[in-house]
Write a protein that binds this ligand. Sequence first.
Ligand code: MN
Length: 504
Amino acid sequence: MKVRIFDTTLRDGEQTIGVSLSPDQKLSIAKKLDALGVDAIEAGFPVISEGELKAVKMITAEGLSCEVAGLTRTIKNDIDAAVEAGLNYIHTFIATSDIHLEYKLKMTRDQALEKAIEAVEYGKSRGLQVEFSAEDATRTDREFLKKVFGEVAKAGADRVNIPDTVGYSTPEYMADLTRDTVEATKLPVSVHCHNDFGLAVANALSGIHAGASCAHVTINGIGERAGNASLEEFSMALQCLPYEKKYETNIKSELIYETSRYVSKIVGIKVQPNKAIVGDNAFGHESGIHTHGVLNNPLTYEPISPELVGRKRRLRVGKHAGIHGMNAMLEEFGVKTTEEQSQQILDKIKILGDQGKQITDVELLSIASDVLGEKGIKRIVQLTGFSVSTGIGTMPYAFVKLNIDGKEFVGTDHGVGPVDAALNAIQTITGRISELRIKDYGLASISGGSSALCEVTISVEDAQGNRVSSKSIGEDIVTTSVQAVIDGINRIMLKKMLKEKQVN
Ligand code: MN
């Protein structure tokens, strides 16, 4: 059975605190979602602002292959704005729970029902596909909810949606409401689940089992408060879990990770590392027992192959590491060790791990080269000149000279501040050479006062998505930042060089 994916990243997702997207950004996300294979997107709430209207217009004009919906209240003016935005599909809603009726709408149940019917009839009279939502459905009197859905179906609604607006439902209750709604409407039913108790995806799956044919979801689960059911978790659970075998979606799962990263970057919300499917650690292994198992057969400790969602497995070493995993990582870089050398390297890793240190693959290589009696990490990139100017009434500007493998490169750039200008200038060079990008930048002050030491942590990523992080401590924020970036670039280039050596 095909389950319809209705993505509301651009509407509910945009209602995440701190998120506000420009029309161009919304259009770029809409295109990504379309490429991912969602069946419908909720592009926005056209009546709320000029920019929102413009964004929805741009999206409807784009000719995407998915359906495009817009949110409206049960108000004529909202529906007119949707038509003006070029929409032929609206998602119209009114609250039906007593708490919303009394404190928000100041309406009786009958008045709300009347508004719902009017809006559906008006939407149909304007030639629109109409999906009706009874907001706060899961806290609505069950009999009244059935009545509302039955009446809007009679009024001509094409679809109805059960919103668990405050994430208050359990899977059992979602199933009950879904069965009620299917029976009362005989229409396609959607479920819209929020994650206030971490149950959004479980509730959405339960709705599907009970007869719903569509779920409203968002990329990375962003949305109001604790967010919505996440597209990646919901669609992969449907596709992969044994109980769900009879369901499928149109999602091109191999694009999931890329889409997640793209949305995260544009909306400016990081994905937590332990987030299912798309978190940094979702396919990472450190413990010796797990790594050993995965190396023999990935299915021992991975429910699905990372490639299925466009990812790669990530092995790390640390205090839980075992010799097999560590050797596998070293071999990846073409480093062969004797049994005794391996043991020595592992002992050093465990000592660092016990001190609470994270061991990146570059640190592993560095420890290995100590043990193998080779020189430390070769510095491929050297900073040979640097200056920065800043002030008031002038734009911060930086000049950087780098020696990369014997060749001199010069870069200059502006920035919002001196650190930004310096990092931009470096990137004008490294971006040209190997498409290196600075992904994260963190600054902390170690001691108090204006002469405090600062600690800069950065991570650098190459075009293949390989990432390394580095840290530098110093007195001058700008030069410490530059040092950290140069270290990171050296590390990632070393990694690349060793990889290339191994290939040749
Ligand atoms: Mn919502």
